[in-house]
Design a protein around this ligand. Structure first.
Ligand code: BGC
Length: 354
């Protein structure tokens, strides 16, 4: 078998305003091609076949590194230290109060304005016997974006011979600190970023979700999806009930909610089928929750790949995660990493056709 390193190609992607060169790492396996860059640890392209074998790029992104520097929608990026929101940018840990920058109305979002999506991760080919992969490393110093502790974050992207993209997250810290890492790819399985995703059919392995207040912070309860537009236990078009008269949809301008994934361990969390192309995406994860975001805030103002300007709901995110605002929500699974422990989570994106 060919060594995995040989299936990893490195091509120039661009130069950061600081002068640093950024390369794209091209992974190929199982009929899928992924491109990863060190800036933000982002997936900049993911090419998968449709039911006729026609390959198209199914993630939103920008053509060049400047697009990622200027971008405001976290397209394709790794998110840390804390994916999603922390109320008021404040939390208490072991009797101390911490203040984080507020960058989403009154709240802290996605690790702050200079979160891991703005870091230049070190990238090297992954030594693996199967498929093709890259290993990314980022060291976040004590006090970074207001968080305590020096955190070493390590992420591996691996494409398998079965056409799966496996993402492994590891982190450790020299002081207690919240850690919640995720991947912020926006998918459009039609392969056309100018089309909306409302016809995609979604299934979520969730009986409950975490309702939010007016600033999209969980109220603390988990509510049953049964009898609401949040019930995706059977496949349903994303657009089918998105305009329904429901206070939770009104607050977020559509879906932008954390779903409580049934069961534990690495299990199926979400399955999406795009009827036109036949493409299927399954998301499996070890995380307790998944944020389903229907791209409500995309507004066509950013210049995306090939000049396309993805508009409202032209991409959706499925972000495996700990529940939003966990540091302030004692009833939610803890997202605190302590010295001597290793944060570890895995997400698998499995592509197919139907
Ligand atoms: C959040 C959205 C936010 C988006 C940023 C998602 O993870 O849930 O509310 O607007 O990220 O583009």
């Amino acid at each position: 078998m060919a060594a995995a390193k040989e299936e990893v190609q490195r091509v120039p992607f661009g130069r950061l305003p600081t002068g640093e060169e950024v390369d794209a790492w091209v992974l190929r396996a199982g009929g899928v091609e992924a491109r990863v860059v060190g800036y933000g640890g982002a997936i900049v392209a993911l090419r998968v076949p449709d039911r006729e074998g026609r390959v198209a790029d199914v993630v939103l992104g920008y053509d060049d590194v400047q697009g990622y520097v200027d971008g405001r929608a976290y397209l394709g990026a790794l998110i840390g230290r804390y994916a999603n929101r922390i109320r008021g940018g404040c939390f208490r840990l072991d009797g101390r109060e911490y203040a984080l920058p507020v960058n989403d109305g009154p709240n802290h979002l996605h690790g702050g304005p200079l979160g891991f999506h703005r870091a230049l991760w070190r990238v090297e080919p992954l030594d693996t016997t199967e498929g093709a992969g890259v290993a990314l490393a980022h060291d976040s110093p004590n006090g970074d974006q207001g968080y305590p502790g020096a955190v070493r974050a390590r992420v591996a992207y691996r494409l398998t011979a079965r056409g799966e993209l496996v993402v492994d997250y590891r982190a450790d810290s020299d002081r207690p600190t919240p850690v919640n890492l995720t991947q912020h790819s926006y998918f459009n399985l039609t392969g056309d970023p100018a089309r909306d995703i409302l016809d995609h059919r979604l299934r979520l392995e969730a009986d409950r979700f975490t309702p939010v207040d007016a600033t999209l912070i969980p109220t603390g309860e988990t509510a049953p999806v049964a009898g609401t537009p949040f019930d995706f236990r059977e496949p349903a078009a994303i657009g089918g009930r998105i305009g329904a008269d429901h206070p939770q949809l009104a607050r977020a301008g559509g879906y932008d909610h954390n779903f409580v994934i049934r069961g534990g361990g690495l299990r199926l969390a979400a399955r999406v089928h795009e009827p036109g192309s036949g493409r299927v995406l399954e998301v499996h994860t070890t995380e307790p929750g998944i944020q389903f975001y229907s791209g409500n805030f995309l507004d066509g103002t950013e210049r995306g790949k090939g000049g396309a300007r993805p508009g409202r709901r032209c991409g959706f995110c499925l972000e495996p995660q700990h529940f939003p605002d966990s540091p302030n929500q004692p009833a939610f699974p803890s997202a605190i990493l302590r010295p001597g422990e290793t944060y570890s989570s895995r997400t698998v994106y499995r592509f197919g056709v139907e």
